[in-house]
Design a protein around this ligand. Structure first.
Ligand SMILES: O=C(O)CCC(=O)C(=O)O
Ligand SMILES: [Fe+2]
Length: 350
């Protein structure tokens, strides 16, 4: 994988209309087989028919723009380093993917839940749960983020039901691990444009966010106007430009584990936009409950025969314990938060 890919002239990702899952008869069956084929081949696809009001999404992007336009001191007032739960604002260049700096600024907003008691024998990942940091300078953000989280959770649960049926399983196959308290994370993201320089220090040329898999079950990416997202396919990297009214859906690591590698999580990246421009996106990650263990689902024999097992990447072990898999990604991406709030863990790891 390279951060400066040569693009293959491969077809764009498929576009699927989720409302076909609610229809009956032959078209539903066709939809399900297209869904299975899309995730199997690409790990990613566009979805339409999701039912989220486009006017509301415009409001969300408007709020995102207003947040990033705030004076730096207002943004730093909620900097992530203040939060053991990895919530809040990250400056461009402070997050890392595969050890290299990403050129994007962002706000992480997760499920708003109480801190869990710090019991001596509690697993480390229990520290992921807790409140968000909200910007005083933009009070409208909180209710909008809450509504966005509710709506996107609904869409993603519906997609998960469709994924289960598409691989011959009952619709509620993921219910046991997502019920009541799934791991939800919204990221409002801004990729500032800049000259793409040859390697400069530890920043990879053109790396908005470097190649990675998302750690949860499914991710929805909402793109605003400008493109930059790319997906890795068997034919090479392909552009995933914004298509109005759609979200991009990425399969995540927990789906890879649950299907024993029948589905592999999508490897994707974002390239830095041209100097003088920028790109806004919103990513919504749905994972299972932090205390859940992801089961290997009983696939029908013809699909099980095609399951390759999860990828074994020494740089990216996958964990069936959801809290552990989530904490792995968070510690790796945010070394400043790791140093401040998880120093005990880092010390134990050396
Ligand atoms: O901004 C995007 O288009 C994708 C972001 C992404 O892949 C991530 O934050 O995990
Ligand atoms: Fe991602």
């Amino acid at each position: 994988m390279s951060a400066t890919p040569s693009l293959a002239a491969a077809p764009a990702l498929p576009l699927l209309d989720l409302s076909r899952f609610d229809g009956g008869g032959a078209d539903r069956a066709v939809f399900l087989s297209e869904l299975r084929a899309a995730i199997r081949r690409f790990g990613a696809f566009y979805v339409t028919g999701h039912g989220v009001d486009p006017a509301f999404l415009d409001t969300v992007f408007g709020l995102s723009r207003r947040f990033f336009d705030l004076p730096e001191r207002d943004k730093l007032a909620i900097e992530m380093v203040h939060s053991p739960h990895f919530r809040g604002y990250t400056r461009a260049g402070w997050e890392r993917t595969r050890g290299r700096a990403d050129w994007r600024e962002q706000v992480d907003i997760g499920s708003e839940r109480p801190v869990l008691p710090a019991l001596a024998d509690a697993p480390h990942w229990t520290r992921l749960q807790g409140p968000n940091q909200w910007p005083d300078a933009l009070p409208e953000l909180r209710p909008a983020a809450q509504r966005l989280q509710d709506e996107l959770t609904g869409v993603t649960l519906r997609l998960l039901a469709a994924v289960a049926v598409a691989i011959g399983l009952p619709e509620d196959s993921f219910a046991a691990i997502v019920a009541e308290e799934p791991t939800q994370l919204i990221k409002l993201i801004r990729y500032p444009g800049r000259e793409v320089l040859p390697e400069d220090g530890d920043a990879a040329a053109g790396q908005g966010v470097g190649p990675h898999k998302d750690s949860g079950l499914l991710t929805l990416v909402l793109q605003h106007e400008r493109s930059g997202l790319q997906a890795e396919t068997a034919e090479g990297w392909v552009d995933v430009p914004p298509i109005p009214g759609t979200f991009v859906v990425n399969a995540g690591e927990l789906l890879e584990l649950a299907t024993d590698g029948y589905f592999r999580a999508a490897v994707h990246q974002v390239v830095t936009p041209a100097a003088g421009t920028d790109r806004l996106s919103v990513a919504f990650f749905l994972g299972a409950r932090l205390d859940a263990r992801v089961p290997v689902l009983p696939l029908p024999p013809e699909l099980a025969a095609e399951a390759r097992g999860p990828e074994r990447d020494p740089d990216n072990p996958l964990f069936h314990t959801v809290g552990e898999n989530t904490l792995k990604s968070r510690l790796r991406s945010h070394p400043d938060v790791a140093q401040r709030h998880y120093a005990d863990l880092l010390a134990a790891a050396v």
